[in-house]
Design a protein around this ligand. Structure first.
Ligand code: PLP
Length: 374
């Protein structure tokens, strides 16, 4: 049998997505007592207690299929953002929405435009469907939105803008975005099939506080033809383990994607948790404050050690460990009980990405990093 000969050519060379190493796996491998995980940009303060209660309450209905259309949650999201109910789609993480977008719209011959060092799942969605990915170099470690917009042509199906970007943490400001929109409009004109401009705002709640001049993309979504905004409950909302995110798109696009979306893609517990988490804005404020204070502390300490870093508008930071290899620093920190992420798959072989944790975790990380730099 030759299973590899049966694999679709588009996915034959797929590398699996590399998630952060789970704590239990490290405990098994290294037998360490204290392990902290700063590898997946999760909410350092955890799940909102109100959401946790709602999840527990809903768990007794686990024998039933979820409410497929996710009506209550979509209603709550639409109300909060001031968009129409028909413009909201739910996914098992915003990740799944990227994939559904690809499965619904991308085909061989299409192009998608991404930035170099951007979140890798956009290219994977393009690859999956046989679309060509056009990669635009970054400018000062930021998306070069002008250059990306200038790449739009009749084959372009989507432009992906991670704002802020993972793993660089850099963001596009309102003025960057306005320049992009101007070129997007000039290039797409009256096209009946304008490409999707997808603004991935997985770290929106952090960026709104930590980035100056952060754009109001929902406003731009309303004013423009084929914009889409992606957000998630995995980060500030503290529900990464439940897998739930959402997209805001034009109703025709959402309706097409809804036909491709697996009918029960968002679990009952995830829907209940997300509704309660949306309602607990005090937890969001606490979480964003903790991330912002943690970031200030980590940055101050990195400067004392003399380690360069990129200013980040998310709850994570990309640090420059050159001339060391990121993988070596990852392994050395792992042995000391700190899980971070090497970034080779993003083209950064001499950097590691570190999530901002609780203050005691940030201190533990800095202490262990200092031991490496003695
Ligand atoms: C920029 C960005 N977009 C999307 C996602 C996907 O998040 P989720 O599928 O958990 O909503 C992530 C996760 O790390 C991310 O960093």
């Amino acid at each position: 049998m030759d299973i590899s000969a049966m694999i679709r050519p588009e996915v034959r060379h797929f590398e699996p997505y590399l998630p952060g190493k789970p704590i239990e796996e490290v405990r098994r491998e290294l037998g360490l007592k204290k392990i902290i995980k700063l590898a997946s940009n999760e909410n350092a303060l955890g799940t909102s207690p109100k959401a946790a209660r709602a999840i527990a309450d809903s768990a007794k209905f686990s024998f039933r299929y979820p409410e497929g259309p996710g009506t209550l949650l979509k209603r709550a999201i639409a109300k909060k953002l001031g968009v129409n109910f028909e413009e909201v789609i739910l996914g098992a993480g915003s990740d799944e929405i990227i994939e559904i977008l690809g499965k619904t719209f991308f085909k061989p011959g299409d192009e998608i435009i991404v930035s170099a060092h951007a979140f890798i799942r956009y290219k994977m969605a393009g690859d999956l469907m046989g679309a060509k990915t056009v990669t635009v170099p970054m400018k000062d470690f930021k998306h070069d939105l002008k250059a990306m917009a200038l790449k739009i042509n009749s084959k372009t199906k989507a432009i992906f803008i991670a704002n802020p970007n993972n793993p660089t943490g850099t963001y596009s400001s309102d003025s960057d975005l306005r320049e992009f929109i101007e070129i997007y409009r000039a290039r797409t004109g009256r096209s009946k099939t304008p490409p999707f401009a997808v603004f991935d705002e997985a770290y929106y709640e952090f960026a709104k506080k930590m980035a100056g001049d952060y754009p109001d993309t929902i406003k731009y979504f309303k004013e423009n033809s084929n914009f889409m905004v992606l957000r998630t409950f995995s980060k500030a909302y503290g529900l990464a383990g439940l897998r739930i995110g959402y997209g805001i798109g034009k109703s025709e696009a959402v309706s097409a994607m809804d036909r491709v979306r697996p009918p029960f893609n968002v679990a009952t517990t995830a829907q209940a948790g997300a509704i309660a988490a949306l309602d607990d804005q005090a937890h969001i404020q606490r979480s964003v404050k903790a991330a912002s204070e943690g970031m200030d502390y980590v940055v101050r300490e990195l400067e004392k050690i003399g380690i360069p870093y990129l200013c980040s508008a998310g709850n994570f930071i990309l640090i420059d460990v050159a001339p060391r290899k990121g993988k070596d620093v990852f392994k050395a920190l792992l042995k000391k009980g700190v899980i971070v992420r090497a970034m080779d798959e993003y083209g950064f072989t001499e950097r590691v990405r570190v999530s901002i944790g609780k203050m005691e975790e940030n201190k533990f990380f800095i202490q262990k990093l200092k031991e490496l730099y003695k």
